[in-house]
Design a binder for this molecule. Structure first.
Ligand SMILES: [Zn+2]
Length: 211
């Protein structure tokens, strides 16, 4: 592992600490990854059971296409590594980020019956890659949660194929996944989607109270 891994690991650790400070990765939840090399696949992955508010670059793990640790490192990669690898393969993503915020958890349950959330008319949508106008309608699919990671990876691959324009998806009562060509773009997408989910959640809350 050369300078490239160390640089990527430092970037992931910095994003983790920032997201933790916003309350999106509490209690060791959530996970982050970025591609170091594509052929053969090598991914820098956050470890399992580590406080993301204190994550440092040295704790990031290098894994292969089967989520196995490359080299002699200690530690255990996140349980959700298989999902990250699948998103990298399906979308050609350079980084995949996963948050457990209050708002993404609430809305992933509230809208589960519809199979997703339609987000449209917000200026912040323009922060999503390729979106030029607030009139864009973003469909954020919701997938039922599971602890069976190989099966969940299959469901997610099918969902991504069905919704080719989606910039992210929700796991029900669990959290948000988004990705980007690189870490900066993936971080931007999470920030945009978290903002929009909170805006939708708060708006619906206020409407219900003002009735
Ligand atoms: Zn999770």
């Amino acid at each position: 592992m050369g300078d490239c891994f160390e640089e990527i690991a430092a970037g992931l650790a910095a994003v983790a600490r920032g997201f933790h400070a916003r309350g999106w990765l509490l209690g060791t939840s959530g996970n982050l990854s970025a591609v170091v090399q594509r052929e053969p696949l090598q991914i820098a992955m956050s470890p399992s059971c580590v406080d993301k508010g204190e994550l440092c670059a040295e704790q990031l793990l290098s894994i292969d296409e089967n989520a196995r640790i490359i080299g002699q490192q200690g530690g255990k990669p996140s349980d959700e590594s298989l999902l990250h690898i699948r998103i990298v393969n399906e979308r050609g993503a350079g980084a995949v980020l996963h948050t457990h915020s209050i708002w993404n958890t609430i809305l992933s349950d509230l809208y589960a019956v519809d199979g997703g959330i339609k987000i449209e008319g917000y200026e912040m949508l323009k922060g999503l890659q390729g979106v030029r106008t607030h009139e864009h309608a973003e469909w954020l699919p919701i997938v039922e949660n599971s602890q069976d990671m190989p099966a969940l990876a299959e469901t997610i691959a099918a969902t991504l194929n069905q919704h080719k324009a989606a910039h992210g998806f929700l796991l029900r009562r669990h959290g948000l996944y988004s990705w980007g060509e690189n870490l900066a773009q993936a971080k931007r997408h999470i920030e945009i989607l978290e903002f929009l989910l909170e805006a939708i959640g708060r708006t619906s809350n206020m409407r219900n109270h003002s009735r």
